[in-house]
Design a protein around this ligand. Sequence first.
Ligand code: MN
Length: 328
Amino acid sequence: MENASFATIREQIDAHDRFVLLSHVRPDGDAIGSQLGLAHGLLEMGKEVTLLTEDGVPSSLAFLPGTDLINTPDGYTEVDAEVVFALDTATKPRLGEKVNAVVAGISKWINIDHHITNPRYADLNHIDSDSPATGQILYDFMETTGIPINQASADNLYAAISTDTGSFQFPSTTAKTYRIGASLVEKGVRLGEINQLLYENFPYRRIELLRELLNSLKVTAKGQVASWRLTQETVQRLGLELDDSEGLIDHLRSIQGVHVAVFFEELDTGKIRVSSRSKDDRVSVGEICGTFGGGGHTLAAGARMAGPIEDAESKFLTQVYHALEGIG
Ligand SMILES: [Mn+2]
């Protein structure tokens, strides 16, 4: 299926008044930043906007302008809107069970995302896997179709792009990404303040978590694979919140000689959440995660596996070793 053009998506905005904007479970900066980046533009156009996310806004992102507008689906039986925007969400189930239930009655769906594995589950889909962040696609969309990007919108789009590019560092970052960054700064992004709140404002328990993770660090395959694990026991003992581990995998990725970094996290359901990163585009962690029912990008992907954590660990790492053998 072809990508819907920005003009076609814009027509849907002109043709309707009430929109619901969604992103994925355990939302990250690109998820929340994308929702709010677009929402502030639509609100300025006088549109009615409902914002939902299955797990609520993580406290680390609560500072972004407009997060008070984002609700969990708990208070809803159904959402009164004409059009659904699913943003930064690779599959429909990843919107969350409760979110899916309360928007099930809405017939018009628009899907804007940058995950290559996105099966195009909406009526209009704009999937650009070359874009390092959904926030970057939304900037393009809003800028080219004349949807206002006010300061609140700019702050959010900047946070979306910055967090999904590892502060404009990952290989998916292009000259265009920097140009968009510059435009957003011109539109009033509070650069120093937003960066400090994004990257230098973590609760102390996150550092305690890092200490625990470092104690579980394993480097295998002649230094090419680094992994660590987080158990429910640690989650409970440190009083961790869902997003406390966000970004910590970058410590594994940063080790010299490491090609693949993997984070195994035991969830309260007993399932194992696997996050993986590759530094070598010949080793696609997206493909490896795909064999376990997950997905994502070549260099960053995730999956949910059955427990116990030891089993998930050995099954997943076996596939990683296999992929590394493939490149010699
Ligand atoms: Mn994203």
